[in-house]
Design a protein around this ligand. Structure first.
Ligand SMILES: NC(=O)c1ccc[n+]([C@@H]2O[C@H](COP(=O)([O-])OP(=O)(O)OC[C@H]3O[C@@H](n4cnc5c(N)ncnc54)[C@H](O)[C@@H]3O)[C@@H](O)[C@H]2O)c1
Ligand SMILES: [Zn+2]
Length: 357
């Protein structure tokens, strides 16, 4: 990964000026902006005045089913037909899906052109835009084809969040909570206090500061371990159960956002934290109370356990068939590489189920 670019993140509340400056000092031969139908409507008008008249807009479709090699091929064809060259720039204006797709496409086009990411969802601002992972899905497998390559620049501005549906705000908020839980108790307590029930009431300044803190945590972890050999696994807290819940509910038509599934996953993995380390019971109970007020519990049944365990063993992060998770020692401190067996998982799912019974 290009080390220098890994941390080229600018937090701003004046994205128009920041982008204008960035484009003025750089010398790109042509400029492309990738959008989807939602960011074309809500976000492109915000940055329009910072773009030169010759800018070329490429539109893709939102939705995880479009995060595939066909969409990347469409982008490559558009770039080729509109005569992009090695010195062209692609700006990805959208959520994590669009920035993964655009980042991947730019990384392969002519062996790699520069791309700038302007994340427009909370999840992409605090998570997807940091860390250099770019990918598309294949045969139903998430992020199966991808590269590690960082954006030339990332511009983060909370202004885009105003049009974001509240379930998407909550989705990103879960990743922020995770950052606090694994690394920084103060950050967690601040988020807990804010509570996020109505994000429209939070000022750009307050929101911007919280986003900046969250990004700093992810950056620090990625810097220590860019290729996920060790401590970067801490970021998977909540994700072993979370990914299983996400796949389980989405494949049965009961759509759930990534962050909501991860929040439910954090409940189960906090239970395992209490079981496997000295993570205090009162912290477990207060986390459960907090999470369940923001993220309603989704019902599962005992007969679903095998399917859920199956999803967990397919997780890319597991070597062989063992399930390796990250758990909390206390709020703000994580322990990686904890092996859990089927008995542990069943106990955690039993704990989860009794919360709504
Ligand atoms: N690369 C990484 O490290 C990383 C990390 C986490 C997630 N991801 C990826 O990110 C994707 C999920 O990202 P996401 O949660 O941002 O969802 P998303 O990109 O699918 O966006 C969610 C929805 O919000 C819309 N939208 C975006 N910005 C908007 C705005 N400002 N106003 C109104 N609507 C807007 C989008 O069009 C879409 O319909 C997944 O594909 C996941 O794999 C990648
Ligand atoms: Zn996540």
């Amino acid at each position: 990964m290009q080390e220098n670019n890994l941390y080229n993140i600018t937090h701003t509340t004046t994205v128009v000026e920041t982008l204008k400056e960035l484009l003025t000092v750089s010398n790109y031969s042509s400029l492309f902006v990738l959008v989807d139908e939602n960011t074309k409507q809500h976000c492109l008008p915000i940055i329009q005045t910072s773009l030169p008249p010759a800018v070329i807009i490429i539109k893709t479709k939102s939705g995880e089913s479009n995060k595939n090699i066909e969409s990347a091929t469409y982008i490559w064809k558009q770039l080729t037909e509109r005569e992009a060259d090695r010195h062209s720039l692609l700006i990805n204006l959208g959520g994590g899906l669009l920035s993964d797709l655009g980042g991947f496409s730019a990384s392969c086009f002519m062996r790699g052109i520069d791309f700038v990411t302007i994340p427009t969802t909370l999840l992409s601002q605090v998570d997807a835009s940091v860390g250099g992972k770019q990918a598309v899905n294949l045969l139903g497998l998430k992020n199966q084809i991808g590269v590690f390559r960082s954006a030339h620049h990332v511009l983060i501005d909370p202004v885009f969040l105003k049009t974001l549906p509240s379930e998407q705000i909550l989705s990103g908020f879960a990743e922020m909570l995770k950052h606090g839980l694994i690394q920084d108790e103060t950050h967690f307590r601040q988020l807990q206090e804010i509570g996020i029930s109505d994000h429209q009431l939070i000022s750009d300044e307050v929101f911007g500061n919280l986003i900046q803190q969250s990004v700093a945590i992810k950056k620090q972890i990625v810097r220590a371990d860019p290729y996920e050999k060790g401590i970067r696994k801490a970021l998977n807290f909540g994700h072993t159960f979370g990914h299983a819940f996400e796949s389980f509910f989405n494949s049965s038509g009961k759509n759930i956002t990534h962050g909501h599934a991860v929040a439910l996953g954090m409940i189960c993995e906090s239970f395992l934290s209490n079981k496997k380390t000295n993570f205090p019971l009162h912290d477990l109970l207060s986390l459960v109370a907090f999470f369940t007020t923001h993220y309603p519990l989704r019902k599962i049944h005992r007969q679903d356990y095998d399917t859920l365990i199956e999803w967990m063993t397919h997780d890319k992060k597991n070597k062989s068939k063992q399930i390796n998770i990250s758990i909390l020692e206390k709020i703000g401190k994580v322990k990686i590489n904890q092996i859990v067996n089927n008995g542990d998982i069943i106990e955690a799912l039993d704990f989860y189920m009794q919360l709504y019974q």
